[in-house]
Design a binder for this molecule. Structure first.
Ligand code: ZN
Ligand code: ZN
Length: 167
């Protein structure tokens, strides 16, 4: 619709936004924050990426419940970026869903320039745990869960943090 001035247009937009704000926020919440909404959003992303499945609900459940890379066992993180991000790996020719992998293993599997040997190396690569120990990726989840040394070091670090004078 035509407006007399830029100000008039901005004023209209502002008013429109304010009147509809609650409605839009509610809609966005319904669509993305409910479990069903998250699920259908995720599944549509997979379909868009060319993946194929007979049972998307089962794939989603599997994806949600997998917390470690199926190849190197590293603990997977949600969100964007980082080598430990959770990926649903698929066959790029058939679209068939194959594995749930960390970012690095996903690249190793799908990028033809990389080989399985490189993925194998990645699995044995040492990473620094929060406690300061150097642990191979494949042993990191077990180290965090079961290692007495890890628990001792984490406890000591926690105590240091608690005894720090606040500024
Ligand atoms: Zn991995
Ligand atoms: Zn540790």
């Amino acid at each position: 619709m035509p407006f007399k001035s830029r100000e008039a247009r901005l004023e209209y937009a502002k008013e429109y936004y304010n009147t509809n704000k609650t409605f839009h926020l509610k809609k966005a919440k319904e669509n993305h924050q409910t479990e069903k909404g998250k699920q259908s959003h995720r599944i549509s992303q997979w379909k868009y990426a060319g993946m194929v499945s007979d049972d998307w609900e089962a794939v989603y459940k599997w994806y949600n419940e997998t917390n470690n890379c199926e190849f190197c066992s590293v603990e997977l993180i949600k969100g964007k970026g980082g080598g430990n991000q959770k990926h649903l790996d698929h066959n790029h020719e058939t679209g068939e869903v194959r594995h749930i992998l960390c970012g690095k293993c996903n690249v190793a599997f799908t990028d033809k320039r990389r080989t399985k040997e490189e993925a194998e190396l990645h699995k044995k690569e040492k990473v620094k745990c929060d406690c300061g120990s150097l642990i191979t990726r494949q042993h990191l989840p077990r180290h965090i869960k079961e290692s007495k040394i890890h628990q001792k070091k984490m406890k000591a670090l926690e105590e240091i943090k608690n005894n720090m004078p606040s500024i």
